[in-house]
Design a protein around this ligand. Structure first.
Ligand code: SF4
Length: 417
C-alpha cells in the first residue's frame, strides 16, 4: 500500500501513451460526470497521472496498479511488481486489460486502444428510452438523487414504471449470460419511491419559450408529453375528457399492481412543473379549441382504449363483458355484479388482470381459457404464476365455441407429440 489520496481533476480523452506502463492526460477539464474520471496522483512531490477507464476498474500509473473501489478514500495501490489483479465486481463491462503483459511486451507497445461507446442492450430495449447505464452507475456510487434526476430526463414516472413496466431492459441484459440480469426494474422503483418520500423536485432550467401547447388526454402519453414540453420551457395544458388524470394507468391497471397513492404523487409532480390539467374537458372541435386557447401546437394522446373482439355465438350476450371495460369499471368503483364463476377468455396480461380482479371482487372461481399452451401465451410468465398463486385456474389449449345461458362449450386441442 503506497499512497492513499487522490484528487479528481479532469476528464480523460485518451490515456495511453505508446510507452509501456505510462499513462498521460491529454486534456484537462473539470467534469461532473463520473464516467471517464481522471485522477491526479502525487508521489514524493513528483507528479504522476493515472486515469480511470469508464466508471470503475483498473487504473495504471507508472509503477502501480491501482484498484478502485466505490469510494475514493478506499482506493488501494499495489506495486506493479507485486501485482495482484483485483477488479471491483461491477455490473458494467470493463475494457480489456491491455497491460497484462509484463516487461512491456504486448499490444500497447505499438497500439493505442480506441474505446467506443455504444448503447448497451438495456438502454436499447427500454421503451422509455432511459439511459440506464448512466443512472445505475450513479446508484452504484451512492448518488441516488442524481441517479433519479438522470432517469427523469427521459421518464417522468419512475415509481410507476418501477412497478408496472415489464422490464424488457432486464430481458435484454447481457449479464444474464454470466449469472443473472441486473435488477434494473427494482432499482428504478427504489429511486422512484425515494424521490416521492423525499419530495425531490425536477432540475430543469429551460427559459420560458412563450409557446403554448395543447395536449389532449391525461393518460401516460399525454402526461409524458406535457412533462417534456414543460421541461423544454413550453406551457403545456392538458384537456382530459374524464374526471381524473391517469388514463389507462388508472383505469387499465388494477390498484394492487399500481397503488393510486404513487400514481397521484407522480402526476402531481408533473403539475408542479407548471402543467395545467383541465378535467372533464372533452375536445370535439380540435381546431376551434386550439384557436380559442391560443395554442401553437396540439399533441393528441387519446389512446386506443379498445378491447379485442371475438365472434362467439352467444344466447345471452348480457353476461359477457370486455376486459378493458370491466377493469375500468372496477377501478372506478362501479364493478359489475359477478356470478360465482367467471370465465376469462384470452392469455394476455389483461386476461390475468381481469381474472385476479374478479377474484378480488368475490368470484369463487376465476377460470382463464386460452387457446394455446403456456409457452405461447402472450402474458408474461410471472403474471401467470402470480394469478395461479391467487387461486386463478388456467385451462390451456381450449377455445370457446359457444356460450349458453349458464354454460360454455369449449373445444380442447392437443399438441402433436
Ligand atoms: S423497467 Fe424501467 S428501465 Fe427497464 S424497460 Fe421499464 S422503464 Fe425502462
Amino acid at each position: 500500500m503506497a499512497e492513499r489520496h487522490l484528487t479528481k481533476t479532469c476528464k480523460v480523452i485518451s490515456a495511453f501513451s505508446t510507452a509501456p506502463y505510462k499513462t498521460r492526460v491529454l486534456t484537462q477539464q473539470k467534469t461532473e460526470s463520473i464516467e471517464n474520471e481522471c485522477f491526479f496522483i502525487k508521489k514524493n512531490d513528483q507528479s504522476r497521472y493515472a486515469c480511470v477507464f469508464r466508471n470503475y476498474g483498473q487504473i495504471y500509473s507508472n509503477n502501480y496498479l491501482i484498484i478502485l473501489t466505490t469510494k475514493k478514500s478506499f482506493f488501494t495501490f499495489r506495486q506493479r511488481d507485486k501485482e495482484t489483479k483485483m477488479i471491483k465486481p461491477t455490473d458494467i463491462t470493463l475494457p480489456a486489460d491491455l497491460q497484462g503483459h509484463d516487461l512491456g511486451t504486448g499490444p500497447i507497445r505499438s497500439h493505442r486502444p480506441v474505446y467506443q461507446d455504444f448503447l448497451p442492450p438495456c438502454n436499447h430495449a427500454c421503451p422509455a428510452g432511459e439511459n440506464i447505464q448512466a443512472w445505475l452507475a450513479l446508484v452504484q456510487a451512492g448518488r441516488y438523487q442524481q441517479a433519479w434526476q438522470q432517469i427523469m430526463k427521459d421518464n417522468p414516472m419512475p415509481a410507476i414504471h418501477g412497478r408496472v413496466c415489464y422490464h424488457p431492459c432486464e430481458t435484454q441484459c447481457n449479464r444474464k449470460q454470466l449469472d443473472g440480469a441486473v435488477s434494473i426494474h427494482a432499482v428504478e422503483r427504489f429511486l422512484g419511491d425515494m424521490a416521492l418520500a423525499e419530495d425531490w423536485q425536477i432540475e430543469a432550467d429551460s427559459k420560458p419559450s412563450g409557446k403554448r401547447i395543447l395536449v389532449i388526454g391525461a393518460g401516460p402519453s399525454g402526461l409524458s408529453a406535457a412533462y417534456h414540453l414543460a421541461r423544454l420551457g413550453h406551457k403545456a395544458v392538458i384537456y382530459e375528457a374524464g374526471p381524473i388524470a391517469g388514463g389507462m394507468m388508472r383505469f387499465g391497471i388494477p390498484a394492487y399492481r399500481l397503488p393510486r397513492h404513487e400514481l397521484d404523487l407522480e402526476i402531481k409532480r408533473i403539475e408542479s412543473l407548471g402543467v395545467d390539467i383541465v378535467l372533464n374537458r372533452k375536445v370535439d372541435n380540435l381546431l376551434a379549441d386550439k384557436k380559442e386557447g391560443l395554442f401553437d401546437a396540439v399533441f393528441v394522446a387519446v389512446g386506443a382504449q379498445l378491447s379485442k373482439r371475438i365472434d362467439i355465438p352467444a344466447r345471452d350476450a348480457s353476461k359477457m363483458l370486455d376486459a378493458i371495460t370491466f377493469l375500468r369499471d372496477a377501478s372506478a368503483g362501479n364493478a359489475p355484479k359477478l356470478g360465482r364463476k367467471v370465465a376469462i377468455y384470452g392469455g394476455g396480461n389483461t386476461a390475468m388482470d381481469a381474472a385476479r380482479t374478479a377474484k378480488r371482487l368475490g368470484a369463487e372461481e376465476a377460470l382463464i381459457i386460452y387457446r394455446r399452451d403456456r409457452e405461447h401465451m402472450p402474458a408474461h410468465s410471472f403474471e401467470a404464476d402470480e394469478a395461479i398463486e391467487e387461486g386463478v385456474k388456467i385451462n390451456w389449449l381450449r377455445s370457446i365455441t359457444e356460450i349458453d345461458e349458464n354454460s360454455l362449450k369449449v373445444e380442447i386441442m392437443a399438441l402433436d407429440a
